[in-house]
Design a protein around this ligand. Structure first.
Ligand SMILES: Cc1cc2nc3c(=O)[nH]c(=O)nc-3n(C[C@H](O)[C@H](O)[C@H](O)COP(=O)(O)O)c2cc1C
Length: 364
């Protein structure tokens, strides 16, 4: 029988348990995106708190392209020193740390009137109402190189790996979504074409950081919207990335287009277990089809339910976000008592990010 506290390995990276802190943007980085004392304190607390691995909040890879303020930056070598301090701080406490990188595109809420916003096609974003400029093939090459450069920086800074953020409606995710990607060239149309930019990012990262540097991905299991990424197409991408040597596939989903479906940060799930672990059916299907380990994120709250999923499927890891923001030491608490119920009530106040990294239970 598999246990949530099993020791495992992902491409040479040792994990002391199956709990991963999913990427969470803190809104605390310096104005240029640099690591500072506040960032170090957050990560140190999480590292001490018992998860095996931490995905950082999303970092941007092209100067001036940050979709939100005070997010981490990875677009220049000048960030390597700060990242080194971060990776040392985390590793001191026996946890791994993986840099998540993203491109915002039209899903941007920072400084978007003052700069050019790019996207797969000039289609207005459903929430932000921003209509991006369609990227040329040269723009795509530029993006691919920028992600590859970030992987080399991540390696130099001592991260255990890099995670491509291809979920949640940001730029790479939009390429997968037919509604946003109306291109007629080799980056639009079939799923092979829509996913091409992600495959090229993956290859560029491997080329620059070396084959032994783990490249991970976070991806929607489906967009749960009309003209969205389908579950079948999402599994196709996962199979292809598996063949290419992906380190870990983290399954997420729906950004909230359809309120009746499970969504990225589903509210009010604590008293109703049937609404927890809400992408696990999809993650199970992916895990059946790939050799790479699969992690599922979204509403993981109950130790016994996760144990059941672990043993009933090929899902290997459980990613946690809001619960860890609420209680950095949740994994340690489960180590003491499996019956422990996380304090987080999925109120989603943390997501409004009015103040960085704040939970209603621990705000000053
Ligand atoms: C404050 C906050 C910031 C987030 N930032 C990111 C991010 O930078 N990258 C990412 O992939 N997901 C981000 N997410 C989504 C989480 O990683 C996770 O997918 C989601 O919260 C569902 O998991 P949970 O039920 O354990 O919270 C964020 C979520 C929250 C609440």
């Amino acid at each position: 029988m598999k246990n949530l506290f099993d020791k495992t390995k992902i491409k040479g990276m040792e994990l002391k348990n199956r709990f991963i802190r999913s990427a969470m943007h803190e809104g605390l980085a310096g104005n240029d995106g640099e690591v500072n004392r506040e960032i170090l304190d957050v990560y140190e607390a999480v590292a001490k708190g018992g998860v095996s691995t931490i995905m950082t909040g999303f970092a941007f890879t092209m100067e001036g392209e940050n979709p939100t303020h005070k997010m981490l930056a990875a677009y220049d070598d000048k960030f390597i020193e700060g990242f080194k301090t971060l990776t040392d701080t985390v590793r001191k406490h026996g946890a791994n740390i993986v840099l998540q990188v993203a491109s915002g595109g039209s899903q941007a809420k920072f400084n978007y009137r003052k700069r050019k916003i790019y996207g797969p096609s000039a289609v207005e974003h459903k929430f932000t109402r921003i209509t991006p400029i369609e990227m040329t093939q040269e723009d795509i090459k530029h993006l691919v190189r920028a992600f590859g450069d970030a992987a080399l920086r991540a390696k130099k800074a001592g991260f255990n790996g890099i995670q491509i953020h291809a979920a949640h409606g940001y730029l790479l995710s939009q390429y997968l979504t037919p509604y946003y990607n109306r291109r007629n060239d080799n980056y639009g149309g079939s799923i092979e074409n829509r996913a091409r930019i992600i495959f090229e990012v993956f290859e560029n990262m491997k080329e620059k950081a070396g084959d032994d540097f783990p490249v991970l991905i976070k991806i929607n299991c489906t967009d749960f919207m009309e003209e969205g990424l389908t579950a079948e197409d999402s599994r196709f991408i996962c199979r292809k990335l598996d063949e290419m040597g992906v380190g870990l596939i983290e399954i997420s989903g729906n950004v909230g287009f359809n309120e009746n479906e499970p969504r990225l940060i589903r509210p009010g799930i604590n008293k109703d277990k049937t609404r927890q672990c809400y992408f696990s059916q999809y993650a199970k299907a992916v895990a059946e089809e790939v050799k790479a380990p699969v992690s599922v994120v979204g509403g993981n709250r109950d130790f016994s339910m996760m144990t059941e999923i672990l043993n009933d499927s090929k899902i290997e890891y459980f990613s946690l976000a809001r619960t860890i923001l609420c209680e950095a030491n949740l994994a340690n608490k489960w180590g003491q008592s499996q019956a422990y119920e996380p304090k987080c009530i999925s109120c989603n106040q943390c997501f409004s990010l009015k103040q960085g990294n704040v939970c209603i239970f621990n705000r000053n």
